[in-house]
Design a protein around this ligand. Structure first.
Ligand code: SF4
Ligand code: SF4
Length: 155
């Protein structure tokens, strides 16, 4: 039973993601494509079948974690990096303003550390695509020259 928990939790997370995408007007097919599920599974999820409320509760707890802890949990539950990025962008809706100061030395450490692949080097300076940033702050914490600031945008 305990060994099945990660699968139940990941199903709970996919359920929440499917509901979120449905609320944005996506069709069952589009949701299935986005989440890499078959359409019948999406229908089951959206009709509340094949899931326990416990797994949805646990998934909601994970969604409400701070971005860094959330990302760590996602890496435990989903091995595929593209799936982690897709699910994170659906489930974490906060927006961030990203600032790279002139002190950046272009070492590329932040590029390697960013799970969301939001950072590239451009003319030997880090450039962050804010739309892809989930606010984990790993780049800000690890930058050797303290050149990055990630600020949550209050909507
Ligand atoms: S880790 Fe810091 S210094 Fe290195 S590329 Fe990123 S922002 Fe620039
Ligand atoms: S905070 Fe930094 S490391 Fe984290 S997702 Fe945003 S750009 Fe990437």
């Amino acid at each position: 039973m305990v060994n099945n928990m990660p699968k139940h939790i990941s199903s709970g997370l996919k359920y929440i993601a499917a509901v979120e995408l449905k609320s944005k007007g996506l069709s069952h097919k589009e949701i299935a494509d986005e989440l890499d599920l078959d359409r019948s599974t999406v229908s089951h999820y959206l009709n509340g079948r094949n899931l326990t409320w416990d797994s949805i509760d646990v998934a909601n707890t994970i969604v409400n974690m701070c971005p860094k802890d959330f990302l760590s949990m996602m890496q435990v539950l989903f091995k595929d990096i593209d799936k982690i990025r897709t699910m994170t962008l659906i489930l974490k809706s906060e927006e961030y303003k990203t600032i790279v100061s002139k002190s950046c030395i272009g070492c590329g450490l932040c590029v390697d550390l960013c799970v969301m692949k939001a950072i590239k080097l451009d003319s030997l300076k880090a450039k962050i695509e804010a739309d892809l940033c989930c606010g984990c702050l790993i780049c800000e914490e690890e930058c050797p020259t303290r050149s990055i600031r990630i600020l949550e945008v209050n909507k």
